[in-house]
Design a binder for this molecule. Structure first.
Ligand code: ATP
Length: 704
């Protein structure tokens, strides 16, 4: 049997390849295809360089050669792409290939390229004076070895004198090294870094000469498919498809003996992890088993479907449902009660009728509508006796038994009206879905994966719990309570989902730069939040490996000027070759979205308002802040954040209902936080009149 030849690509080499010219990238893709398919390697001038580690070189074009190592049989690993002369010049000194002591993963490091990049870089001190200290002097070699960083990479680390040197080094290192160094540079203790990054990926005793075994470990992530490599080289944001950071990989691959939860700040890879985990579970599931990947927002669901299709073949995609949690709920609820419909605001109208029909008017329709939504539906209370003992979280006025009895009568009247009309509000529909799911004799799914978990209600959780049997890897839940825009905190344990001992936190952002993260954190006002369960979380430890410009703040005099400045900013970005679809403009209300689209159109800029699906890539995406949740763009303009943010209605609550006010302000902060963390590159914040109070600290922080 002829063994198929494979050229694997290690994630450490990926950044190097990205830096090549487009023409060389294209030649590399063609070279790889030929390496895989041409039995005799005709024209590739394939030759052995030296015997240790079995190094080989082959021709990509007249100028460049691929340096690779034979790992076993016909499996080769790409180490570097070098200009012809460099490929032969002291290659032993130049490239280091080793197996890490602790994780057993492979580390490939171009010592010379790193040193050259660091030395070419302008030193941040007068040239003749040697720096007193280097950035990592405080970490001993022994400690670096505990952190799994030894050998030539340590030599490069010791060259780093400043933060800007570090930024250069990070463009030559693999994700594990980048994360550890970034954390240390922020002053985090060696022990804490070890606990967070090294220990979770520690492997069984490692044989440091067995490269074939290293290849099979999850900490060595490699790709070989021609298509995957071509896509990766086409655009950096596609890299998530191929390479996971060690913590992410660990969460994707781990088997949990029950529900598991991952939390993490914006851009930490929760969605990337849910996608890869879904793909893994589908691939491993028995033929007839189905998997559910669900989230809250429709736009994100559309994006998840699109991205999952990049990880799975068509046949596997048939076995996954990627739907919003409310789409699933509606399907189930209408199986239970065919012909019912959900209508927004129908509750309010029916409550007005209930109050109108009642002889007494002790409770008004607003009160009853919120009691129904926030107490009865949100706790899935279905009987009078449950209502008598229910806790009324966040409600101001206390209610005695007699009052509750009177309210329950009105609730029964309300329910009979909804039945007569076949109309539900969203909350009521979700309760019916959960009750129906709990009675199903056959479970619908073998595994359920949930993104944006912070916005789910009790009835969502009860439904999700009920559609999958209690077994290993049953529920996987990802979310960030700082991005909660709907409802209030609900510990998963209250919904019967126990994640204790199966919870992980991602602490590094791969989308939001450090500068934008600082501004975004200040919007939250330094308060903590829940961890989706019984614990608390803060963003103190949450960091970014990325650096970029500060967010821009542009005040204007009135709404027309605000729209003009928005158009101007978008136009300026478009002249720098940024595709329209990589730009988002966010506003607070639907009306403001409409105005913005129209202003952009008038200026001849293609733009569309975000609906429930994916927008095309050749128009600027204009969206409410709510709909941006879970999405990402290269550049973002955030508008409509003057005194009209948050709504006057929210500010009036300060006097009438202080608890509801606090809740509404938290949600408003979260909304700004979501908008401020969507850009991979930079955001511009534009408003008219006085700036919203909630953004004042962010402006001050960026100006400092
Ligand atoms: N392993 C990876 N390789 C390359 N890029 C990555 C990786 N993980 C995350 N990223 C980058 O970070 C971005 C954010 O990831 P993702 O959307 O999964 O984060 P998130 O935690 O779900 O964010 P949010 O909570 O803000 O929606 C990705 O689109 C990608 O650009």
């Amino acid at each position: 049997m002829v063994r198929k030849r494979q050229l694997l690509l290690h994630e450490g080499v990926y950044k190097e390849l990205l830096q090549l010219d487009a023409a060389v990238k294209a030649k590399f893709v063609a070279f790889q295809a030929k390496f895989h398919s041409d039995q005799n390697l005709n024209g590739l001038n394939f030759e052995r360089l030296r015997s240790v580690h079995e190094l080989y070189s082959a021709r990509i074009d007249r100028q460049f050669r691929a340096i690779m190592m034979r790992v076993e049989n016909e499996t080769f690993m790409l180490l570097s792409v070098l200009p012809h002369d460099d490929a032969y010049d002291r290659i032993d000194d130049r490239l280091s290939v080793r197996i890490r002591d602790k994780s057993g993963g492979m580390e490939i490091h171009d010592i010379q390229a790193t040193a050259e990049a660091l030395l070419r870089h302008e030193p941040s001190y007068p040239v003749k004076r040697r720096p007193e200290r280097r950035l990592f002097d405080w970490v001993t070699d022994r400690e670096f070895s505990d952190l799994d960083l030894t050998g030539p990479i340590l030599g490069s680390i010791r060259l780093v004198e400043s933060e800007s040197d570090l930024a250069i080094l990070l463009t030559h290192t693999d994700p594990y090294t980048s994360e550890v160094l970034t954390e240390l540079a922020r002053g985090t203790s060696v022990n804490a870094v070890m606990e967070r990054f090294t220990e979770p990926v520690a492997a069984e005793p490692v044989d440091r000469t067995d490269f074939a075994a290293a290849l099979r470990r999850s900490t060595t992530k490699v790709v070989s498919s021609d298509d995957a490599v071509a896509a990766m080289l086409e655009s950096e944001p596609n890299a998530w498809r191929l390479f996971l950071h060690p913590m992410q990989r660990n969460i994707v691959d781990r088997n949990f003996d029950g529900p598991a939860r991952v939390t993490g700040g914006p851009g930490s890879g929760k969605t990337v992890v849910t996608l890869h985990r879904t793909a893994r579970l589908v691939t491993e599931a028995a033929e007839r088993q189905r998997v559910l990947l669900t989230t809250f927002g429709a736009a994100l669901a559309a994006e998840l479907r699109d991205k999952l299709a990049q990880l799975l073949d068509e046949e596997s995609m048939q076995r996954v449902d990627v739907v919003t949690v409310d789409k699933l709920a509606l399907d189930l609820a209408t199986q239970a009660r065919p012909g019912y419909m959900v209508k927004r605001n129908s509750d309010k109208r029916l409550w007005l009728q209930v109050v109108g029909d009642a002889s007494e008017s002790e409770f008004d329709a607003d009160f009853l509508a919120s009691e129904w939504r926030d107490v009865i539906c949100s706790q899935m209370i279905t009987t009078r006796s449950e209502y008598f003992t229910a806790r009324r979280y966040g409600r101001v006025n206390k209610l005695g038994r007699a009052q509750r009895a009177r309210i329950w009568k009105l609730v029964e009247r309300f329910q009979s009206l909804t039945d007569q009309r076949g109309l539900w509000g969203w909350d009521q529909m979700r309760v019916h879905a959960a009750l129906f799911a709990e009675q199903l004799s056959e479970k619908l799914y073998a595994h359920v994966v949930v993104d944006e978990a912070q916005d789910m209600t009790m009835s969502h959780w009860r439904m999700l719990r009920a559609v999958v049997p209690e077994q290993s890897n049953d529920l996987f839940i990802a979310g960030d309570a700082f991005q909660r825009l709907y409802g209030r905190a609900l510990p998963l344990s209250n919904a019967g989902i126990k994640v204790r001992g199966r919870s992980t936190r991602l602490t590094m952002s791969y989308r939001v730069t450090e500068q934008h993260l600082r501004a975004a954190k200040s919007i939250l006002g330094g308060v903590g939040t829940d961890d989706l369960d019984d614990g608390m979380e803060t963003l103190t430890e949450f960091r970014s490996v990325l650096s970029g410009p500060e967010p821009q703040f542009i005040p204007t005099a009135d709404r027309d000027a605000e729209l003009a400045a928005t158009v101007e900013q978008v136009r300026e970005w478009l002249t720098t070759d940024i595709p329209a679809g990589a730009i988002a403009v966010s506003a607070y209300t639907n009306e403001q979205v409409k105005q913005t689209v129209s202003a952009l159109h008038k200026a001849g800029i293609p733009a569309e308002a975000m609906g429930d699906g994916l927008l095309p890539g050749d128009v600027v995406h204009v969206s409410t802040m709510h709909k941006l949740k879970g999405l990402e763009y290269l550049r973002v303009v955030i508008t409509s954040v003057g005194q009209g943010f948050p709504h006057k209605k929210v500010r009036q609550l300060e006097v009438t209902d202080p608890q509801a006010y606090q809740q509404a302000i938290t949600t408003a902060r979260n909304l700004l936080f979501v908008a401020a963390t969507r850009a991979r590159d930079t955001s511009t914040i534009i408003w008219h009149g006085a700036l919203s109070e909630l953004l004042q600290d962010a402006v001050k922080g960026s100006a400092e």
